[in-house]
Design a protein around this ligand. Structure first.
Ligand SMILES: [Zn+2]
Length: 66
């Protein structure tokens, strides 16, 4: 089963434990504006970027001040 989460993007979850982890992650997440794309996303309170922007930053496609 494929799940989507703004913290991690798309991923497949098969075991019940992992589904529980997914739901707990969703509970820990809050609606906030991504510092990168300025979209409203649901990410962890201590995250500033959605998954897409975090990936771009990791690949060095954008400057750190993006
Ligand atoms: Zn973003």
């Amino acid at each position: 089963m494929e799940y989507y989460d703004d913290n991690f993007g798309h991923y497949n979850i098969e075991s019940d434990e992992d589904v529980a982890f997914y739901h707990s992650m969703q509970r820990l997440s809050v609606q906030k504006r991504c510092m990168g794309c300025q979209q409203m996303v649901r990410i962890k309170r201590d995250y500033a970027y959605c998954n897409d922007c975090a990936e771009k930053r990791e690949r060095g496609l954008v400057g750190l001040d993006y």
